[in-house]
Design a protein around this ligand. Structure first.
Ligand code: PLP
Length: 367
């Protein structure tokens, strides 16, 4: 089976993990801090706080930015559930807005339509590894006083106008789940240049302890272990190399699909560096996407749909606010997008096999 995504673990990674296991310092050792500092240097951001996963990173960032009951948090309708659920869990009202179909990221025009005096935060998601249009959002932030929290779960290493995502807004949330650009198994991190936000999340992830058994606020256990941090640190050393490999494989797909009119390929804006965390194409025609996915599965190629159900149709979010008429573009995307295999361990010949099968499908099933 050609997998749609897969972690890329080397002997070096295994050695790094084993060495922490041998040291006996599985938590609260020095490796966690080293990982945070290395990540902060890589991103060009003042603070990185490692936590248990991307969902807790989003949740703690929202809390650190001061979100609470009565506040509204604007999120795209087309993203992973956690982008919106964490706003609701923090006591705020998520407000769903549509996306731009070139990049699948938040539609800034739609954000403007839903802003009220209650809007506290806008959460652009750098979906699939393509950055959202941050300049437009930063001007909105200046004009309307809203804060920007970047959901960088799928975009570690992606760049907006030459600057790493996660260092642009007021805070950012990363995920290190196994399908992400680097992994710590489960894991996540908050990025910010704001001292008070960093201070809050550092305390909140560790029961509000300023010193051992001295609790200055209520908090949770949302810490990352040193075993995870060792894997993250080792992976981080190869991140740029892994992104280059992702970009090379994407280029191969572009070459293979040249002239194929039934697919809309990922689009990289001139100001963007896409990290291709997911290589997601748009399949033209009603119901064709699902037929293509079945065709590929029967021939040993795994695909995925990110995402089949937009947030405005999720039962758990039935009562949240939405932009007027929400959200036709997100709805369309959910019917047409298909993620093809792409990860650093994939071989060039795998891309050729997948592309040949896709082309054969269209030859056999003229839409
Ligand atoms: C866009 C987005 N946001 C948030 C998350 C949550 O991250 P985690 O799975 O590490 O909790 C994910 C992970 O799948 C994601 O893709």
């Amino acid at each position: 089976m050609i997998r749609v995504s897969s972690p890329y673990i080397t002997e070096e990674d295994i050695e790094a993990v084993v060495s922490v296991l041998r040291s006996g310092m599985l938590a609260f050792g020095s490796v966690g801090k080293e990982f945070e500092e290395a990540l902060a240097r890589y991103l060009g951001v003042k603070h990185v706080v490692a936590v248990s996963n991307g969902t807790t990173a989003l949740y703690l960032s929202l809390k650190g930015l001061g979100v609470g009951p009565g506040d509204e948090v604007v999120v795209p309708d087309f993203t992973f559930f956690a982008t919106a659920s964490t706003a609701a869990l923090a006591g705020a009202t998520p407000v769903l807005v549509d996306i731009d179909l070139d990049t699948y990221t938040i539609d800034v025009g739609d954000v403007e339509r839903v802003l009220t005096e209650r809007t506290k935060i806008v959460v652009p998601v750098h979906l699939y590894g393509h950055p959202a249009d941050m300049d437009q959002l930063l001007s909105l932030s200046r004009e309307r006083g809203v804060l920007i929290l970047e959901d960088c779960a799928q975009a570690l290493g992606s760049e907006y106008r030459g600057v790493k995502v996660g260092s642009i807004g007021h805070a950012g949330a990363l995920s290190f789940y196994p399908t992400k650009n680097i992994t710590t198994c489960e894991g996540g991190a908050i990025t910010t240049n704001l001292d008070d936000v960093a201070e809050y999340v550092r305390l909140a992830r560790n029961h509000g302890q300023r010193s051992r058994y001295y609790h200055v606020m209520l908090g949770w256990n949302m810490r990352m272990t040193d075993v995870q941090a060792a894997l993250g640190l080792s992976q981080l050393r190869r991140l740029d190399e892994m992104i280059e490999r992702r970009r090379r494989l994407a280029k191969l797909y572009f070459e293979e699909f040249e002239g194929v009119t039934h697919l809309r390929l990922p689009y990289e804006k001139p100001w963007a560096k896409h990290s291709y965390n997911l290589f997601t194409v748009w399949v033209e025609g009603e119901g064709v996407r699902d037929k293509l996915a079945n065709y590929l599965r029967e021939r040993g190629v795994e695909t995925a749909i990110h995402y089949p159900i937009p947030l405005h149709r999720q039962p758990a979010l039935a009562n949240v606010k939405k932009s007027p008429g929400c959200c036709p573009k997100s709805e369309e995307a959910s019917k047409h997008v298909l993620t093809l295999p792409l990860h650093p361990g994939l071989r060039d010949e795998d891309v050729r096999v997948v592309s040949a099968l896709v082309k054969r499908f269209f030859a056999e099933h003229r839409p």
